[in-house]
Design a protein around this ligand. Structure first.
Ligand code: PEP
Ligand code: MG
Length: 566
């Protein structure tokens, strides 16, 4: 079966599908035919119940003392539900009386219980509906193959899920998953950025198509073309062969000496790297980059069961620092909120995630998160120069409050005494409008184009339905970038662009022409951006950008840039 989807992260892999969505797993299980007599199916069911209970017990023991007692209690509650005689007898009846397979029996009973709980108007029953689904998923996974449990992913697993949060993606990447298929994922979302950072393909399919992928089937992802081949038939083999043949040969890594970031007319550009995972910082030495322009620290908090200690954090920051060597190191204070919440965090549920409590506003309310991070960064700053990036600053009020807090935590009387430099992110339109004021209080700015575009154009970066509106080539966004560069230059302070657009080599000339002299890009785009810098003349780009800034539609900008491509 060949499916056409949309590329979110490129890469070509061949592996085994691992469907993690409970409804899909249950739907697929419903059509599993009985492989033997009812007694055999009953035995399979009983073995699966035993295995699932053992997993839950193991997790409960493993987590006791590490997470709160009430959270540990969830695993105990799932265990009791699983062994509930009524639940078991309903599944057994499906096998005995209706000749169902164990998988189909689980699916039918779980779906019917789920529907009953879900439609109940008692809140407690509605909560139970999710538990039932989770138990159903675990049971089906234990029935299909014991190795399919989340915590025991097999080799070459390609995760297929309706959607993935950034923390789920990090968890799977750390478990060795080689690719992803989801129903939704905005190309500028953190999940997409992470997949590209890890170099793992991610393709989206619509829901009806995604549901066609069975669990544990052979699957080939052709990231560059958005093509997915599932359980290849004889007719599909030539397509698979062509996909595999198109995997580019591993090129010898470019020598840093050949990666000088100097334009044809001799202007040096500072090119840095965005990282989420410490290992990504190796690219600094590999390419001879100017350093890490943005370390998204929130992902250190994701693939774990509880808040990291200050010692653990310091160790991680030191690790990154060693990898960066003499290069510049910009570490962002955690930008929690929206879809970036550690699974154990007790943050308020935002009715509208991208407009809810997020970034520095959240940190100002949560000293218990801000203080340890700043203390650790202050320690690191005694070992090497670092810049602290403030996420989602919206006003002078917020900036001043933040500077006060930083001073208090570091025991400094004034902002000038802080052990690190302070750089504000510009991601909120109000901050962009106030740039001439904000810039006087910081050591530099970092233009987060993903969010700035989202908030300027009222287009959720995670929502692919408004994807075309999340367009950084809109004149309003371009003129804002040019104004930010102008203001920073007038104040003699550095401005870095660090959103996804910074990594698009076709637009490097435009950004430089608008006054940008520092870019921070994903390591996967680094070499292409270097080649773009080396190929252009800045004087020509400056003239072209002047004309672009007079255009008043996104379409005209695109057309002009395509016609004048160097
Ligand atoms: C941005 O908003 O452009 C940015 C760099 O921050 P993040 O993508 O992590 O929100
Ligand atoms: Mg941002």
């Amino acid at each position: 079966m060949i499916l056409q989807g949309k590329t979110i992260s490129p890469g070509i892999v061949r592996g085994i599908s691992h469907v993690v969505d409970a409804p899909t797993l249950l739907a697929a299980a419903q059509s599993i035919p009985a492989a033997g007599a009812p007694e055999q199916e009953l035995e399979r069911l009983s073995a699966a119940v035993g295995r699932a209970s053992a997993q839950l017990d193991q997790m409960r023991r493993h987590l006791t003392g590490k997470i709160s007692a009430s959270e540990v209690g969830i695993f105990a509650a799932h265990g009791s539900l699983l062994r509930d005689p009524k639940f078991l007898s309903q599944m057994e009846a499906e096998i005995r009386q209706h000749g169902q397979s164990a998988g189909a029996a689980v699916s039918r009973v779980v779906k019917s219980l789920y529907a009953t709980f879900r439609t109940s108007n008692i809140t407690l029953a509605q909560d139970k509906a999710t538990d039932i689904l989770d138990i159903g998923r675990r049971l089906i996974q234990c029935l299909t193959d014991a190795s399919l449990a989340d915590d025991e992913l097999g080799a070459n697993a390609v995760v297929v899920a309706p959607s993935l949060t950034p923390s789920e993606l990090v968890k799977y990447a750390h478990q060795g998953v080689i690719g992803f298929v989801t129903e939704t994922c905005g190309p500028k979302s953190h999940t997409a950025i992470l997949a590209r950072g890890f170099g793992l393909p991610l393709i989206t399919l619509n829901q009806a198509t995604c549901e066609k992928i069975p669990n544990r089937s052979e699957i080939v992802l052709d990231g560059p073309h958005g093509v997915i081949v599932v359980d290849p038939s004889d007719d599909d083999l030539s397509t698979v062969a062509a996909i595999i043949d198109s995997i580019p040969a591993v090129e010898a890594p470019a020598e840093p000496a050949s990666l000088q970031t100097i334009t044809q007319d001799g202007v040096a550009i500072r090119l840095l790297i965005n990282i989420s995972d410490p290992t990504e910082a190796d690219a600094v030495a590999q390419y001879g980059a100017a350093g890490v322009g943005l370390f998204r620290t929130e992902f250190l908090y994701m693939d774990r069961l509880w808040w990291p200690s200050e010692e653990e954090c310091l160790e991680i920051y030191r690790d990154v620092s060693n990898r960066v060597g003499q290069g510049e190191l910009n570490i962002r204070l955690v930008d929690f909120g929206a879809e970036k919440c550690p699974p154990y965090a007790d943050f308020p549920i935002n009715r509208n995630p991208s407009l809810g409590l997020r970034g520095i506003r959240l940190l100002l309310q949560r000293e218990d998160i801000l203080r340890p991070q700043v203390r650790v960064l202050a320690k690191l700053a005694r070992e090497r120069p670092i810049n602290i990036l403030l996420p989602m600053v919206d006003s002078m009020d917020t900036l001043e409050k933040t500077l006060e807090q930083l001073c208090r935590i570091c025991g400094c009387r004034s902002r000038e005494q802080l052990p690190f430099k302070v750089v504000t992110m510009i991601e909120v339109p109000a901050a962009a409008l106030l740039i001439d004021d904000l810039i006087t209080r910081v050591d530099g700015i970092s233009i987060g184009l993903n969010d700035l575009t989202q908030y300027m154009l009222a287009a959720d970066r995670d929502d692919e339905y408004v994807g075309p509106y999340h367009d950084a080539l809109q004149p309003a966004v371009l003129r804002t970038i040019a104004n930010l560069n102008r203001s920073a230059a007038a104040h003699g302070k550095p401005a870095t662009i660090c959103g996804e657009l910074a990594g698009d080599p076709h637009l490097t000339g435009l950004l430089l022409g608008m006054g940008t002299r520092q870019l921070s890009v994903s390591r996967t785009n680094y070499v292409q951006v270097v080649r773009a810098i080396q190929a252009l003349r800045l004087d020509k780009m400056t003239q072209l950008a002047e004309q672009v800034l007079k255009l008043n539609t996104g379409a005209a900008v695109r057309q002009f840039w395509a016609d004048n491509q160097v």
